[in-house]
Design a protein around this ligand. Structure first.
Ligand SMILES: Cc1cc2nc3c(=O)[nH]c(=O)nc-3n(C[C@H](O)[C@H](O)[C@H](O)COP(=O)(O)OP(=O)(O)OC[C@H]3O[C@@H](n4cnc5c(N)ncnc54)[C@H](O)[C@@H]3O)c2cc1C
Length: 380
């Protein structure tokens, strides 16, 4: 590929999901010349539960509450028994990804980023002088750095890492009758009995239920039949299902990988930054974009130093967290210390779920320290 002299930007971002859009917003605000390209035209569908935890919500720097379809005050955990956890203020916000991602992209555009929709990145070349990107329509762009925020099937990620570790999720949009929607307002259901090494969920939206299953173990198949069982268990009629879709949950940040090197940075799903216990990915998509924006603050740094600084931050702030999350996943999904243990100790479950919604995995040690005696006794 011959480097073109036209179409030069400082930062080229592949992918306009939450990770790419948030970085484009911050970088454009800081005066960088930013190009964001996405294969899709927005608003577009992204297979997702559309649950934004309070820790993720805290990373969104502009108004977005208008598109919230429901807020979660109650989480119902289902296993042998049903365990109801309750909070006085929202712990999770329900959105649909078509509206949320469109709003994120619009904010990036308003901040000054150039957005090209409907044409994906096809090919990437990098050398010591920068990167050259060829889009699917043949257009060439040059940049100082390329940010891979192009999701689970990233074209950029293989430049830095080989192989993947990923779970899978399948989701159905269920147009349930109004009384069924009302029955789950301000609450969500998490069912650990429905699929091995993962869970099923029911998330209420304004005019439908988002019902899905996920597993962190890729050998658990076929997801469609687990989804069917959950729909049956919830008494949701097949005729109410508007559409179904599946997608990977890349989670390889527990092992040391490359996240930023030379002229390339990887964010969110492209970096494999999904939570290995819950599969939550919007939080780390936003967090990885925020960390990149922080290292971009120093305008006089060399580009190679920027990507190296980002690598260091992810290794210090995210990888240790996800190593703990892998341990929690193993204990929870593969030993008796899982849902059956917690449902007999609802107070402990409440504190642990607090951590999942708003804290960090390193806080779990403090929770266990405070509640060590509850590990041996049942009840609240
Ligand atoms: C079924 C399911 C349910 C989930 N539920 C939740 C949940 O409730 N809460 C939560 O926090 N997380 C959830 N996740 C995870 C979450 O969806 C992802 O982690 C999150 O979307 C990652 O954001 P991202 O910006 O990194 O990538 P994405 O949101 O995937 O965005 C990537 C973008 O890149 C574009 N693209 C792809 N290829 C190219 C290319 N070659 N060139 C240019 N652009 C390209 C795509 O069109 C897309 O717009 C769920 C995942 C699944 C599969």
């Amino acid at each position: 590929m011959v480097r073109a002299s036209l179409n030069r930007f400082e930062i080229i971002i592949a992918g306009g999901g939450p990770a790419g859009s948030l970085l484009a917003y911050y970088a454009a605000q800081r005066g960088y010349e930013v190009l964001l390209v996405d294969r899709a035209r927005f608003p577009r569908t992204k297979p997702c539960g559309g649950g934004i935890t309070v820790k993720a919500a805290g990373l969104i720097p502009f108004a977005w509450q208008d598109i919230v379809e429901d807020v979660t005050l109650v989480s119902t955990l289902v296993n042998q028994r049903v365990c109801r956890l309750q909070w006085p203020q929202p712990v999770c916000y329900m959105i649909t990804r078509d509206k949320f991602d469109h709003l994120m992209l619009d904010n990036a555009r308003r901040a000054g980023a150039i957005i090209k929709e409907g044409c994906g990145v096809m090919e990437v070349r990098r050398d010591s002088a920068g990167v050259t990107v060829r889009l699917e329509n043949g257009t060439l762009y040059e940049g100082e750095i390329l940010v891979g925020a192009d999701g689970a099937h990233s074209r950029v990620a293989p430049l830095l890492n080989k192989g993947k570790r990923q779970g899978f999720a399948a989701v159905a949009e269920v147009a349930a009758p109004a009384d069924r929607l009302e029955a789950v307002r301000n609450s969500l259901i998490v069912d650990f009995k429905v699929i091995p090494y993962g869970y099923g969920w029911v998330f209420p939206k304004r005019d439908h239920l988002n019902v899905g299953v996920c597993t962190m173990n890729p050998t658990v198949k076929p997801l469609g039949s687990y989804l069917q069982s959950l729909l049956r268990k919830q008494n949701l009629a097949p005729g109410w299902v508007r559409r179904k879709y599946g997608f990977p949950l890349p989670h390889h940040a527990g092992v040391n990988r490359v996240f930023g090197e030379g002229r390339i940075i990887l964010l969110g799903d492209a970096a494999g930054l999904n939570d290995p216990f819950t599969g939550e990915g919007i939080y780390t998509a936003l967090y990885s974009a925020t960390l990149t924006a922080e290292v971009l603050q120093d305008r006089y740094r060399r580009w190679n130093d920027i990507t190296a600084a980002y690598q260091k931050r992810i290794m210090e702030l995210v990888v240790p967290e996800w190593k703990k999350a892998y341990l929690v996943a193993r204990l929870f999904y593969a030993t008796p210390l899982g849902a059956s243990f917690l449902e007999k100790r609802p107070y402990l479950a409440q504190e642990l779920w607090d951590v999942l919604y708003s804290g960090r995995y390193c806080d779990i040690k403090k929770v266990l320290g405070r509640n060590w005696w509850r590990l041996f006794y049942r009840g609240s």
